[in-house]
Ligand binder design. Sequence first.
Ligand code: FE2
Length: 417
Amino acid sequence: MAMIVRKGTLPSTPHTEFYAIPNVLAREEIHGSYGFSGAWSRKLHVRFYPTEQVKPPRKGEFDLVPEFPAEADVLQPYHIFTGRIPFEGDALSSRKPIVHGPRTSISVSKPTKSMPNDTFFRNGERHEVYFVQYGEGVVRSEYGDLKFRKDVYVAIPKGTTYRIDLTSPNAWFLVVESIYPITFAPHYLNKEGQATLMSPVVETEIETPELPPFKDARGEFAIDVKHSGGKITRITLGHHPFDLAGWEGALYPFVFDIKSHHGIAREIHTAPPMHQTFQSGNVPHSGFSLCSFVPVMAGWHPREVPAPYAHFNVDSDELMFFCNAFYGAREGVIEEGSFTFHPGSTPHSPQGNAAQRSLAARGKVQARLAVMLDTYFESMRITTQGFAFRDPDYVLSWSEKIQRAQPVGEGWESPSA
Ligand SMILES: [Fe+2]
């Protein structure tokens, strides 16, 4: 059973007309996923009909349709310097897809301002999770105001009408999209949907929207709706879309702090399933697992090798966003905001003498912080915008013939968290 949240009360106003929008997905459609915010049902009790368009819909002023360079057809691992993507625009206009697949996509958004007044966004085709690399602000939706800050995930279900207001000079988001609902991993939950005592994530640590008084406003309110593979259609309502009396249901946006993923340490290497925060789809048959690599004590067994071994995930493409450069396995290669893309059909590993150097990390807590996503039976492609910020030498970064800068005091010798 998912957690049920009820927000708001019916207002005592002359407007007595309420409209309930059922958005009920059959349980089979969510592939047995459990979660604290799941795609079971939701009802929005609004005061005016949200179907009242006062202008004909028109093509948006931009689109989010990914484009691919010819080089994307050559199989190779990629490294994208997302830190070098410029800050510009608002959270939506700044959004650039960097890798894309039929069911999963990842974009980067680095806005410098809030979205324009009275404009909103609705992703009509994919569920979203934003990871906030930095910045502060508020996601305003029909569910209420949801504050965000550095190092949090913001989960926004498909179909939510929202806008993003910044309260900091700029922000930096990694945006993950999936055609499937994005939920906490079901193996952490009991039959009632509560986190088990061994779970690294706990439902009581999510943050939910605060519903403000309803917006009783007439005018023109533009909603840019994403559909049909990234196309944008602008629809214009005659009433503010947040004229809600309240809402109820088990599908709503929420915030989860990556530091609330309480890492699990063992005397030997702890494999990535322990780092899983979210999943999407019918894992491990479709969708993805999303992992949080938080500071945690490395294995302390006297024969432990903290560096991961060379591997490839035959059914998965592996995508990783490095929140800082303190990642021993790729020391000297990555920087803050590095995003690596390892196709499932090619192996990867630490490079050089990283395994030897990692022995010094036994029993120590490093300051690493990273978000990783493994797709299942889905091949991703680098987009033109991702390709423009790639590390052209990345595929050679394991070569002993290539000398790269080796920063001291980072990676395996990183400051303790
Ligand atoms: Fe890997």
